[in-house]
Write a protein that binds this ligand. Structure first.
Ligand SMILES: Cc1cc2nc3c(=O)[nH]c(=O)nc-3n(C[C@H](O)[C@H](O)[C@H](O)COP(=O)(O)OP(=O)(O)OC[C@H]3O[C@@H](n4cnc5c(N)ncnc54)[C@H](O)[C@@H]3O)c2cc1C
Ligand code: FES
Length: 534
């Protein structure tokens, strides 16, 4: 398994290295070290930010991208990169929430995103393993037979090319399925690198290792104090770090897990597979498994299998630790596919919007020149690509039929049903429950080496990590977003916030927003700073 030291200078937001990071060169440029002006500043170098930058550059705008880490060092480097118009939420739910006409636009926008990636890879000569293939949605044993029928009708009505199917290629033990035609897959980081090369060649500026510390409608100020003045600001940081409240009450963060195993080339037919979800775990957001192949070397392919999701920071709710989820995933995979040994494992974070669709457009309660992209759910490859097309039209003053559906200001709580409401209340209860007063203190010395725990000292809560050399690394336990208490993620060796999904290294540096400020940090090597949290 490929791991790395989990620091902010690293190339990814967790300990484990994905197959994408392992099989591509990181795109790195010099950080920004002067004040500059531009038409558009894009914050975030994942699929969303780079797609927006590329489209705007093609439309004739002067573009600057700032990225905190390397290009693709966020969730885009930890994805599984299925490209689907067969979304991970059901079309029959979308029909209920948005109505038939709008749902047709949803299907059309995801199809257009796949076409865009195919066309652009060809035009820009990007060798990113793009392949068209069919996708199979098969019934989970805990789901009802009628769900597939219902989904078939709704997806067909929305204009998706889909049929009922009973003999699936590749996978054992799954009989009833829907076959979605013309889906696709690719290598996300090779694609991003190709777009970045085109951007730089045509005069756009990309600054990696550059954190936007302050963001407003005039532009940004970096952590080092340099400014980028811009007419338009696009915040593509996965979760919008410039939006403190509104958006984080409309979406909920989940952690999801991936294993990659070697399979003999040609032994499994090429396809995408995913099940309808385990309704015994959560009937509202049933966690599902998603599977694809990726070429590895001349002899082997990699079978990539994802799933075993849980709300961020709350793995123990099901009494299954983060680390143990890989074992469950492997077991599930071995029951259905003939694989050799596991060579990769990693996890990542997805944001589940309250009504199933991404939020792409003007930032609510902000100036009209500030845009955001968030709420991707498990369809961030296409949502990010849609953002590229949609935000470009909004900035260029062109009408776009998808504007209303993806508008971040939309509010569909009641039609989206009890699912989101439950998560929202859950988040609030966490928030109230975990404030310091009713905290349970844990002895520092009971923390095993390589693990972290929340400890209360003199009425204050701290996240304490004990390293293998017996040094303690302490961070303020209140998330810098809205003060929820962080939780230790032993698997990715990070501090994760269960409220809205912010994550921090063991030294307290932000890995994922919405928090944009680091946690206060000290080790017992630097006693003079012990008052840092006062
Ligand atoms: C395990 C897993 C499997 C998935 N599978 C699929 C799939 O099969 N198909 C699919 O469509 N989607 C999938 N997704 C979802 C998809 O990967 C994400 O939605 C998508 O990558 C998000 O892209 P992004 O550009 O919005 O965010 P990111 O890739 O996270 O990019 C945001 C960037 O912003 C940077 N940043 C943050 N704050 C700042 C700041 N203040 N200043 C400067 N830079 C900053 C970060 O460093 C980061 O690089 C999956 C996700 C996971 C975790
Ligand atoms: S992410 Fe919102 S309080 Fe931590």
């Amino acid at each position: 398994m490929k791991d790395q030291e989990n620091t902010k200078t690293s190339v990814t937001s967790g300990r484990h290295i994905s197959c994408w990071l392992d099989s591509s060169e990181p795109f790195i440029t010099a950080p920004l070290h002067e004040d500059i002006e531009t038409d558009v500043v894009v914050i975030g170098g994942g699929i969303a930010g780079i797609s927006v930058a590329y489209n705007l550059m093609q439309a004739g705008k002067k573009v600057v991208v700032v990225e905190d880490g390397n290009i693709g060092s966020g969730e885009t480097g930890r994805t599984t990169a299925h490209l689907v118009s067969a979304l991970d939420d059901r079309y029959y739910d979308l029909m209920r929430i948005f109505g038939e006409e709008q749902t047709k636009h949803v299907a059309e926008s995801h199809k257009a995103a796949i076409d865009f990636i195919e066309r652009t890879a060809k035009q820009e000569n990007i060798d990113c393993d793009f392949e068209r293939l069919d996708g199979y949605l098969f019934l989970h044993p805990t789901d009802k037979e009628e769900s597939l029928e219902k989904e078939l009708k709704a997806a067909q009505k929305a204009g998706v090319e889909v049929e009922s199917f009973s003999v699936m290629p590749g996978i054992k033990d799954a009989s009833r399925a829907l076959k979605f035609h013309n889906q696709a897959q690719f290598h996300p980081l090779k694609y991003l690198n190709g777009l970045c090369k085109a951007l730089v060649e045509r005069g756009a500026k990309i600054y990696t290792g550059t954190k936007a510390d302050k963001i407003d409608h005039k532009g940004i100020v970096t952590k080092e104090g340099f400014t980028v003045k811009a007419d338009f600001v696009v915040v593509a940081t996965n979760t919008p770090v410039n939006n403190k409240y509104v958006m984080h009450l409309k979406q909920y963060p989940y952690r999801t897990y991936v294993v990659g195993a070697k399979v003999k080339k040609g032994s499994i037919a090429k396809a995408l597979w995913w099940d309808t979800g385990d309704f015994s775990q959560n009937a509202d957001i049933a966690p599902y498994h998603y599977v694809r192949l990726q070429k590895l070397d001349n002899e082997y392919d990699l079978l990539i299998c994802g799933g075993e999701d849980h709300p961020v920071g709350l793995a123990e709710q099901d009494k299954i630790s983060e680390e143990d989820r890989y074992g469950l995933l492997e077991y599930w995979m071995r029951q259905r596919f003939d694989v050799e040994h596991i060579v990769y494992q990693w996890s990542g974070q997805v944001l589940e919007p309250m009504d199933s669709l991404g939020y792409i457009g003007r930032n609510p309660k902000d100036e009209p020149n500030v845009f955001i992209v968030t709420g991707d759910s498990g369809n961030g490859m296409t949502h990010g690509t849609i953002a590229g097309m949609l935000i470009t039209d909004l900035i260029m003053g062109k009408e776009n039929p998808w504007e209303k559906i993806y508008d971040p200001s939309r509010f569909k709580l009641f039609s989206s049903g009890k699912t989101y409401f439950k998560e929202l209340i859950g988040g609030m209860i966490n928030y109230l429950k975990q404030r310091p007063k009713d905290a349970k203190s844990v002895e520092l010395l009971s923390i095993p080496a390589g693990q972290g725990k929340i400890v209360e000292i003199d009425g204050k809560k701290f996240g304490v990590y004990r390293d293998k050399k017996d040094l303690f690394h302490m961070v303020g336990a209140e998330c810098t977003h809205m003060k929820c208490i962080i939780k230790w993620n032993g698997d990715e060796q990070s501090w994760d916030c269960p409220c809205h999904g912010s994550r921090f290294t063991k030294e307290g540096k932000v890995l994922n927003g919405p928090a944009n400020d680091d946690l206060a940090y000290y080790t017992n090597e630097m006693d003079e700073k012990a008052g840092i949290n006062d």
